[in-house]
Design a protein around this ligand. Structure first.
Ligand code: FES
Ligand code: FES
Length: 159
């Protein structure tokens, strides 16, 4: 049995304490926005926040979340589904291609901007280095982070 907060809700799960957080949230609790990529903490597709810090949920046992707060991609917006600045920028900059890596990318970007609201290119690259995108959306990811940070204007939709 594990007890933790999941996206603001007190939650218990009857699972092996060694089960990775990824499988608890996806298979036991039905939140499938968090993706399985490599399973060995190398790609970042499974990134969630644990007490606000990005962690690789494929390689972090649920025991580490005991009494702590897990936040998944489903939990970062407002209570009525309002998008965060990062999510809005992902839309305006049309970041995703296949989309598979993007919830992990957004979780890493969200943590970066909370800790550093005006990151430089080098700081963006360093913070996002652990999130791999097989579609190669890196340029748009960097641009969206700058839009969300208010450093540049979002692209306008074409009329
Ligand atoms: S699935 Fe967790 S880092 Fe790749
Ligand atoms: S958008 Fe396809 S893997 Fe990143």
């Amino acid at each position: 049995m594990a007890s933790f907060t999941l996206n603001g809700q007190a939650t218990t799960a009857d699972v092996d304490p060694a089960m990775p957080i990824l499988w608890v949230v996806r298979e036991k609790l039905g939140l499938n926005g968090t993706k399985f990529g490599c399973g060995i903490a190398q790609c970042g597709a499974c990134t969630v926040h644990l007490d606000g810090q990005p962690v690789r949920s494929c390689s972090t046992p649920i025991a580490e979340a005991e009494g702590r707060a897990i936040t998944t991609i489903e939990g970062i917006g407002g209570p009525e589904g309002e998008l965060t600045a990062v999510q809005q920028a992902w839309v305006s900059e049309q970041v995703p291609q296949c989309g598979y890596c993007q919830s992990g990318q957004i979780m890493s970007a969200t943590a970066l901007l909370r800790d550093n609201p005006s990151p430089t290119d080098a700081q963006i690259d360093a913070a996002m280095a652990g999130n791999i995108c097989r579609c190669g959306t890196y340029t748009r990811i960097r641009r969206a982070i700058k839009v969300a940070a208010g450093q540049i204007e979002p692209r306008q939709e074409e009329a």
